[in-house]
Design a binder for this molecule. Structure first.
Ligand SMILES: Cc1ncc(COP(=O)(O)O)c(C=O)c1O
Length: 396
């Protein structure tokens, strides 16, 4: 047998999945692992889908997605950020932001072209670039910079082959958010070097401190940005696989062609549900965001109290504490915590090399569960015998 594709063979499977296969075999585990809302999709969204099925909407849609949905997305982007995207040719409905990322890469990259990716980053970014024949170039960030990439870092990494910058604020896994001024400085560098900006804004509605800035709002950004967003997180619709991309007509047409031949269209029932979500479910989103915010404060205070230093994340639903003081690697810490105390977290190195020394704790889990998980983590850290060291480091 001839070998399978070199790229498919060498790209590693997601470190997150490996962990959760183990978790699914165990009882009584509290999972701070999954990046998925613990809420069920609001009822009126589910009802809209049921109603559409009752009416017999079971067909393909336009490759771009239902025009009615694209119009609502266009209105939403306009009302929220003053953006103007023509629903006819500047918006593409995709099967999750996951598909949007893949389409964006394949639409803009020629073989060997580089994409700058601030890390720690969402697990699919590098593979998407590789599968499109590109070269991912990681830019490591630290808590000292608030896990934010700087314009200087970007400028220093640019080569003649650099094609794009992929950013995502609020961030998975760090929860980092960024100010309008900082984002403008990043856009200015991208403009100077004529880079595309792919902006994954899937956590925009889960911003707890200040206001989210959409990248295409900024000076010089609109014509070079591919904005990706979706319904999975804000509307608790992960299983519906529904999202969208907005950009210039040229880019959207290129993405649409790939989508047309590989996906054809997003499922019509999910598109029908998304119309209801975007039209009528802002209040439900805000209520879920308020609940995440309560949990955020609880978990960050709890982690710091245990001695696992954690900066307060401004958005998304992840805390990213340091476990460096324990002397364990991220994987050792996560594996032992799972087997000894039955709490699942994700080792930070799953999100890039600079994630080593950290763990990702998702707070898309009920408050009672978070409290028990914190108790278990405290016991775990104490049993490691590092209590003395943590105290010596100034934590009584
Ligand atoms: C930053 C980020 N982008 C994209 C995705 C994928 O989203 P979707 O469900 O829309 O494919 C996730 C999911 O965890 C994510 O965290």
């Amino acid at each position: 047998m001839k070998p399978i594709s070199h790229i498919a063979k060498t790209v590693p499977a997601s470190g997150i999945r490996k962990f959760f296969d183990i978790v699914s075999q165990m009882d009584d585990v509290i999972s701070l692992g999954v990046g998925e809302p613990d809420f069920v999709t609001p009822w009126r969204i589910r009802e809209a889908c049921i109603y559409s099925l009752e009416k017999g909407y079971t067909n393909y849609t336009s490759n771009y997605g239902l025009l009615e949905l694209r119009k609502h997305i266009s209105t939403y982007l306009n009302e929220r950020w003053g953006l103007h995207y023509n629903p006819e040719n500047q918006i593409l409905v995709t099967v999750g932001v996951s598909e949007g990322l893949d389409l964006a890469m394949r639409a803009i990259l020629n073989p060997g072209e580089e994409v700058l990716i601030p890390e720690p980053s969402y697990v699919s970014y590098k593979p998407c670039v590789l599968f499109a024949g590109g070269v991912p170039v990681p830019l490591g960030t630290t808590p000292e910079s608030g896990f934010k990439v700087t314009p200087e870092q970007i400028a220093a990494a640019v080569t003649p082959r650099t094609k794009a910058l992929l950013i995502s604020y609020p961030s998975n896994p760090t929860g980092a958010t960024i100010s309008r001024e900082e984002l403008q400085a990043i856009v200015d560098v991208a403009r100077e070097h004529d880079l595309f900006i792919i902006s994954d804004e899937i956590y925009d509605r889960l911003t707890y401190e200040g206001h989210h800035t959409a990248v295409p709002e900024l000076n010089g950004a609109y014509e070079r940005t591919i904005l990706l967003n979706g319904f999975s997180k804000a509307y608790a619709m992960t299983g519906w696989r529904i999202a969208y991309a907005a950009s210039t007509p040229d880019v959207i047409e290129a993405m649409m062609k790939i989508h047309q031949y590989t996906m054809l269209c997003a499922p019509i029932m999910s598109q029908m549900a998304a119309i209801e979500a975007i039209k009528n479910c802002g209040r439900e989103c805000d209520e879920m965001a308020e609940e995440y915010n309560r949990r955020r404060r609880l978990i960050v205070a709890g982690l710091n109290n245990i001695g696992l230093d954690c900066t307060i994340p401004g958005g998304a639903f992840y805390a990213f504490p340091s476990i460096k003081k324990t002397g364990l690697t991220s994987e050792e810490f996560s594996e032992r915590l799972l087997f000894e105390e039955k709490v699942a977290v994700v080792p930070g190195n799953a999100f890039g090399e600079c994630g080593e020394g950290y763990i990702r704790c998702s707070y898309a889990t009920g408050i009672d569960q978070i409290k028990i998980a914190l108790e278990r983590m405290e016991r775990f850290v104490e049993n490691l015998g590092v209590e003395g060291r943590l105290k010596a480091a100034g934590r009584e």
